[in-house]
Design a protein around this ligand. Structure first.
Ligand SMILES: C[S@@+](CC[C@H](N)C(=O)[O-])C[C@H]1O[C@@H](n2cnc3c(N)ncnc32)[C@H](O)[C@@H]1O
Length: 427
């Protein structure tokens, strides 16, 4: 049985705890403070599970991120026949409750540094699972609980790191406590770094020099995955994303990674992304090509002409099509999508499935950026995508930007095509 750790004095925390205290009668909703549930303001419901939020940080908008985590965890449990979860920053414990109830985890360790949440978390867990051998609550600094689990050879199938700001300081201990083949669910809310506003900071924190790019939010996901790829490589592991999810509230970047031993000669998909400020084209390239490459679309060479490079970053697919397909099937089986239910979740999963085409390069093209550059009106997105696909290009929407397109067609050809489509009279 797991030993419960005593309270770690907050003054001695090596890492920021920084829990924003909310008034108990309010929750954050769409970035505004809203009054909720007049009868019992601390009572919330998510997917039919009732729970208290007390004074803990809780965002209803994050329920989609939790839905995705539960689906991925459940797909994992069905294939492996078991699921042990370490919820390293559980807040009020809603994720732990959902991992137990919906993903049918065999065991959940719910941890939050703030020991004032103890009664709250225990109360919520007791309501969903009376069998107290299936869960434990503790209040340690996340690195400490993860390292202790590793030292006791007590490995987990899924480790959930839902930190404020950057996740990078928890990566190594989380990977050590993770079973081989297990899942690591990471959250990052550091939109300022992925936006390219602090390239030196992103280099320090994530090992990537990131410049401002029109698809900054996808870069945020690629920076998060890239940082984990690098950390995993140090330990002799390799991580690949099962899904990557950007949400505007926050902003929040979430990725579910699977950790394995690398296969010999495996393509690490860890490289650089170039963006040409002159023509708006972006492209990925490897370490071997670094320094040799200019814009392949307008042949501008080097940053003097506006070709700028960010990286190293994850340059492979953002999602695993197999895993997303299984998540979609499960969501349909549970009635979360289909027959008019869960329209937004279904749309999101379908966009992710389209985006997982391995032919698609990193980045997306915002149609308004393209039309502004070309001084033209744009054709409907759907028409442009269909035409590209008929011509043999890969083309998809982006789950991140609604009026953007992901394609392996270069900017010059895309612009020419869009002009032709606009000039065709609509019937
Ligand atoms: C974003 S909230 C978690 C929200 C929760 N996972 C949910 O889905 O509602 C982050 C939580 O991490 C806790 N925390 C912050 N730094 C920590 C650390 N270094 N170790 C453990 N817990 C920490 C805070 O007390 C806070 O409750």
């Amino acid at each position: 049985m797991l030993a419960l750790h005593g309270c770690f004095p907050k003054s001695l925390f090596p890492y920021p705890i920084g829990t924003p205290k909310l008034e108990t009668s309010t929750v954050l909703c769409k970035d505004r403070i809203l009054k909720v549930n007049c009868c019992n303001p601390n009572r919330q419901t998510e997917r039919g599970i009732e729970f208290d939020i007390g004074g803990a940080f809780y965002r209803h908008e994050s329920s989609t991120g939790r839905d995705l985590g539960i689906l991925a965890a459940s797909v994992y449990r069905q294939s492996k026949g078991g699921l042990r979860v370490l919820d390293a920053m559980c807040g009020c414990g809603i994720r732990s409750c959902r991992y137990l109830m919906e993903a049918e985890a065999d065991f959940v360790l719910a941890n939050d540094a703030n020991d004032e949440y103890r009664d709250l978390i225990v109360g919520n867990l007791k309501q969903v699972e009376r069998d107290e051998t299936r869960w434990v609550v503790c209040h340690s600094e996340a690195n400490r609980v993860l390292t202790e689990r590793y030292l006791q050879r007590d490995f987990f199938d899924l480790i959930d790191i839902d930190s404020f700001g950057s996740e990078s300081m928890f990566l190594r201990s989380a990977m050590l406590a993770l079973r081989l083949g297990g899942l690591l669910y990471l959250t990052n809310t550091d939109g300022y770094s992925s936006g390219g506003h602090r390239p030196r900071h992103s280099l320090d924190a994530y090992g990537a020099f990131v410049r401002p790019l029109p698809f900054a939010n996808e870069i945020g996901l690629r920076m998060l995955i890239g940082g984990a790829v690098r950390e995993a490589a140090v330990l002799g592991y390799h991580v690949t994303p099962l899904f990557s999810y950007y949400a505007y509230h926050g902003p929040v970047f979430r990725v579910m990674l699977r950790m394995n031993r690398p296969k010999i000669l495996e393509n690490r998909d860890y490289g650089f992304i170039g963006y040409c400020n002159r023509c708006g084209h972006s492209q990925a390239f490897s370490w071997e090509e670094l320094g040799k490459i200019g814009c392949s679309c307008c042949n501008s060479e080097g940053s003097r002409q506006g070709f700028v490079v960010s990286g190293p970053l994850w340059i492979g697919p953002l999602h695993s099509s197999d895993h997303i397909t299984q998540m979609l099937d499960l969501a349909a089986e549970w009635g979360w999508v289909g027959n008019g239910a869960g329209v937004e979740l279904e749309k999101l999963l379908k966009h992710m499935l389209d985006e997982s085409d391995p032919r698609l390069p990193p980045g997306y093209i915002k149609l308004d950026e393209m039309t502004r550059r070309a001084k033209m009106n744009g054709p409907p997105l759907r028409m442009l995508m269909r035409t590209l696909q008929e011509m043999g290009y890969a083309a998809s929407r982006s789950h991140i930007a609604s009026s953007a397109i992901k394609t392996d067609c270069g900017m010059a050809v895309l612009t020419k095509l869009a002009k032709e489509l606009v000039s065709i009279p609509q019937s």
